[in-house]
Design a protein around this ligand. Structure first.
Ligand code: ADP
Length: 361
C-alpha cells in the first residue's frame, strides 16, 4: 500500500531518530525536528547544506563512498557509523541508515535515519582498551615469570648439587641423612616447577606458523620421554599423523606433556597410550588416549588452568603442563579438551589447522 507524502511526513516528524532527505549528491532537502536533539540544528539551518560537510574529516571518504553506493541504487538500505558535527562544535558518533527512494515519485530522495551511538562507542572503546591493557599486563606477567624462573634456576642447581655432594661425603646419622634427602627432594621438585614455569612463560607463540610434521614431533617427544616410557613399561601406539600448521618445538612439547601425564596418572593396569589423527572440517583432531585413572567431569575444564592439580603431592608436577598445552593449541588457532571417565581413562583431543602433504589416508 502506497503511503501518502503527508502520511510519510507525520511518521518521520514523530520518529525519535533524526530523519533527513538528501539528493544524489548529498544536499540536504529536508530534516525532521529530531535533528535539533541530535545535532543542535533547526531543520531550516540544514536545508541546502551538503551532509558530508558535517561529517568528521576522517570519516568523510567512507561516508561519501556509502552514499554513492546508495545513490547508485543499492538494493537495500546501507548502514554505517561516522562522527557528525554538532552545532556546539563537538562531534558525536552517529549510526546512519540510508535508503534510496530517488525513484519513488512522492519522495524522490535518499532517506537517511540517524541515531546517537556515543554510549555504544564508548563501551566498545572501553572494552578494546581493557583488552589491550589485559594483553599487555599478561605479557608483563609472563616476562616477569620467565625472568624470575630463569634467575632461580642456577642458585637452585647449586643447592641441589652441593646437598648431594655433602650427603655423599659426610658420615651422617640416619636422621641427618633423612633430612638431606628432604632437601634434595625439595630442590628437585622446585626445579620441575621452575622448568614448567619457564616453558609456560616462553610459549609466546609469536613464531609464524609453518608446516610441521606431527609424526616427527611425536618421535621426538617419545625420545625425550624414553626413560619414563621404559621404566613404566608403557605400550604406546601411534597412528599415521599429518603435517599441520604450527611450530615443531611447540608440538613436541604438547605431545610430550600429554604422554607424560598418561604415564604419571596411570591406574594399576599396564599403561596403554594411543595417539591418532582424524581429519575434520578441513583441519585435524589429534587424540591422545590413555587407560589411566581418569578425571571426574567437574574437573575436566579446570585442569587446563595454570597451577590446578588434582594429583597427590607425591606425583611430580607444578600444574602447568596442560596450561602450556592449551597455550600452544590456542596459539595455532585450535582448541583442546578432554573426554574422560574415572577408572577407565582419558582422551585428550586438540584441533589444528590442516596442511596438505603427508596426510594419513
Ligand atoms: P601436573 O601434571 O604438573 O599436575 P598438568 O597441568 O599437566 O599438571 O595436569 C593438571 C592435573 O590434571 C594433574 O595434576 C592431574 O590431576 C590431571 N591430569 C592431567 N592429565 C591426566 C591424565 N592423563 N589422567 C588423569 N589425570 C590427569
Amino acid at each position: 500500500m502506497a503511503t501518502s507524502f503527508q502520511g510519510f511526513r507525520s511518521l518521520v516528524e514523530n520518529s525519535p531518530d533524526a530523519i533527513s532527505l538528501i539528493d544524489a549528491h548529498g544536499e540536504i532537502l529536508y530534516g525532521s525536528a529530531s535533528n535539533i536533539k541530535l545535532f543542535g540544528y533547526r531543520p531550516e539551518e540544514l536545508i541546502g547544506r551538503n551532509c558530508l560537510e558535517l561529517i568528521h574529516p576522517d570519516d568523510r571518504d567512507h561516508s561519501s563512498r556509502v552514499l554513492n553506493e546508495v545513490a547508485a541504487a543499492a538494493p537495500g538500505p546501507l548502514q554505517w557509523d561516522a562522527r557528525v558535527l554538532h552545532k556546539n562544535g563537538n562531534y558525536s558518533w552517529i549510526e546512519s541508515t540510508a535508503s534510496n527512494l530517488l525513484s519513488e515519485t512522492e519522495v524522490n530522495a535518499i532517506v537517511v535515519h540517524q541515531r546517537d551511538i556515543n554510549l555504544r562507542k564508548a563501551v566498545e572503546e572501553d572494552r578494546q582498551r581493557n583488552l589491550v591493557e589485559l594483553a599487555r599486563s599478561n605479557l608483563r606477567l609472563e616476562e616477569f615469570a620467565y625472568t624470575a624462573a630463569h634467575d632461580l634456576r642456577e642458585p637452585l642447581r647449586a643447592i641441589r648439587v652441593y646437598a648431594e655432594l655433602l650427603s655423599s661425603r659426610l658420615n651422617m646419622d640416619p636422621q641427618a641423612s633423612h633430612m638431606f634427602d628432604f632437601i634434595i627432594d625439595g630442590a628437585k621438585r622446585m626445579s620441575t616447577v621452575i622448568d614448567d614455569l619457564l616453558s609456560f612463560a616462553s610459549t609466546g607463540v609469536h613464531n609464524p606458523p609453518q608446516s610441521a610434521d606431527l609424526e616427527h614431533a611425536m618421535t621426538q617427544a617419545a625420545k625425550n620421554l624414553s626413560v619414563d616410557i621404559k621404566a613404566s613399561d608403557a605400550d604406546i601406539t601411534v597412528g599415521r599423523l599429518p603435517s599441520v600448521m604450527g611450530n615443531e618445538i611447540h608440538l613436541v612439547r604438547l605431545l610430550q606433556n600429554l604422554i607424560s601425564n598418561a604415564l604419571k596418572y596411570r591406574s594399576e593396569r599396564t599403561i596403554r597410550v594411543d595417539v591418532s589423527a582424524e581429519s575434520r572440517d578441513g583441519g585435524w583432531v589429534i587424540s591422545v588416549a590413555d587407560n589411566g585413572i581418569g578425571i571426574a567431569a567437574e574437573y575436566q575444564e579446570q585442569i587446563f588452568k595454570p597451577f590446578v592439580r588434582l594429583a597427590k603431592s607425591d606425583v611430580a608436577g607444578a600444574g602447568l603442563g596442560l596450561a602450556v598445552c592449551r597455550k600452544i593449541v590456542e596459539g595455532m588457532g585450535g582448541t583442546i579438551w578432554v573426554e574422560s571417565e574415572v577408572g577407565v581413562g582419558s582422551t585428550f583431543r586438540f584441533t589444528t589447522p590442516g596442511q596438505a602433504p603427508s596426510q594419513p589416508s
